[in-house]
Design a protein around this ligand. Structure first.
Ligand code: KE4
Length: 426
């Protein structure tokens, strides 16, 4: 007898490619079909079959306060009867922009957009305009959204030039993107040396979250800053995940490295569609209508999205939960590794504050090549077994898990107990 989720997935697959609006949700790299979620509150999601899950995906990061946080819901409810969108200026845009600037003072000016993809693609366009150069350096395994310039795989062998990683991305778009290796400054120096004077910017996830979590090696981010300065390129931090995740000041404050431009998303919208890009005023003032670099958006700065983002950031500033959720994440990671060792499963874990990844089948993961050695088949079986025990994990080995303020010691203990039951079924 199919579950209601399976029936929904069949219907979804008849009207949307893969049955989803974002590929990873289709559970292609893990087993089974995705639960269809009906509601969520705190750390818990409930699917259409009434099954409840402790959630560690947090809608891929935005829900640092958990699902349907009272303050966030109230903020949106308070606004919604006064209009959903104006397509005009409104006071809350200023409030959200200033909350971001107050916590990340290196962002002197910013523009609100609707997604992380828009944020990174706009920052890239601005960097190219500001430098008059076309080249961009990115890292294998880092994801910056689906703009053409970022859907680039490593070129063959010694070539630093990228090749399209998706059909539809043209060779023209790919030719300006160079691939370096995360945590390997010599690979970045090579890109610069082979293309001196042609690199507009380097974009990096200051903590990699899209090949699983990989922290920057000691000196790596500072090294990127120095190389960009040496070669007249701009440094872009893609803080779509790390912004307000590592702390109120994001990765820039956490690691003490100041980028020229920053892309934000996820948490700054509190679960509603918000992205932002910003940084040095001299650069941002090049954006239309003050300058000539064009970027626009019908729903940019949407009043409901701003309300959710404002309530989220204000709550984070009031509660400063970072130490507590990091401690919960450490408890989860330590307990997980102990459970896996007890089950005789080789695994390692990377964690920065409340974001982390358990890599299966490997001893350590410090870069993309290490991550790619993970046992994704074992992860898929683990994922299915955990889902069966009511724990909702990212449906891919190469994603981050997140702990929110809605998690607590009891929930972590329950998760570890569920894990011990799940591991017996592998
Ligand atoms: P969006 O366009 O999905 O809002 O943001 C793109 C993006 C940019 N930069 C980083 C570092 C990101 O992690 C993302 C999006 N993250 C993925 C999950 N790792 C979103 C989930 C999905 O694609 O469905």
């Amino acid at each position: 007898m199919p579950t209601k989720s399976e029936e929904y997935f069949e219907k979804a697959s008849s009207c949307m490619p893969g049955g989803v609006n974002s590929p990873v949700r289709a559970f292609k790299s893990v087993k089974g079909s995705p639960p269809f979620i009906l509601s969520a509150k705190g750390a818990c999601m409930t699917d259409v079959d009434g099954r409840q899950y402790t959630d560690y995906v947090a809608s891929w990061g935005p829900l640092i306060l958990g699902h349907a946080h009272d303050a966030v819901v109230a903020a949106v409810q308070e606004k919604v009867t006064r209009g959903l969108s104006f397509g005009a200026c409104h006071p809350d845009e200023i409030r959200l922009a200033n909350l971001i600037r107050e916590n990340m003072p290196h962002i002197e000016l910013l523009r609100l957009v609707n997604s992380g993809t828009e944020a990174t693609m706009s920052a890239l366009r601005l960097a190219r305009a500001a430098t008059g150069r076309d080249g961009v350096i990115k890292f294998q395994g880092c994801y910056h959204g689906h703009a053409d310039s970022f859907l680039i795989a490593a070129g063959s062998g010694a070539l630093t030039f990228g090749t399209p990683s998706s059909p539809g991305v043209t060779a023209g778009a790919a030719k300006d993107t160079l691939l370096a290796s995360y945590n390997d400054l010599s690979s970045v120096e090579k890109c610069f040396a082979e293309n001196d004077g042609k690199i507009a910017c380097l974009i990096v996830e200051p903590v990699a979250g899209n090949m699983g979590v990989i922290p920057p090696a000691e000196g790596f981010l500072k090294g990127l800053r120095d190389l960009c300065d040496k070669h007249g390129a701009l440094l872009i931090f893609d803080e779509v995940i790390t912004g307000f995740r590592l702390g109120l000041g994001g990765a820039s404050e956490y690691f003490g490295v100041k980028p020229d431009l920053t892309a934000l998303g996820k948490i700054i919208g509190g679960g509603m569609p918000v992205g932002a890009f910003g940084g040095r005023a001299d650069l941002m003032r090049m954006m239309s209508p003050e300058g000539s670099v064009y970027q626009a958006g019908t729903l940019s700065g949407n009043p409901l999205a701003c309300a959710a983002g404002i309530a989220t950031i204000e709550t984070l500033m009031k509660e400063d939960p970072y130490e507590r959720i990091a401690a919960l994440a450490e408890k989860l990671a330590e307990g997980t590794l102990a459970n896996l060792k007890e089950a005789g499963i080789k695994a390692t874990g990377n964690r920065v504050e409340s974001m982390g990844t358990i890599f299966f089948g490997v001893d350590s993961v410090g870069n993309f090549a290490d991550a790619m050695k993970s046992d994704t088949e074992l992860y898929a079986r683990y994922h299915a077994a955990m889902l069966g025990e009511g724990v909702y994990l990212a449906p891919s080995q190469f994603e981050a898990s997140f702990v929110s303020t809605a998690h607590d010691d009891e929930i972590i203990e329950q998760t570890l107990a569920a894990q011990r039951r799940a591991l017996k079924k592998l």
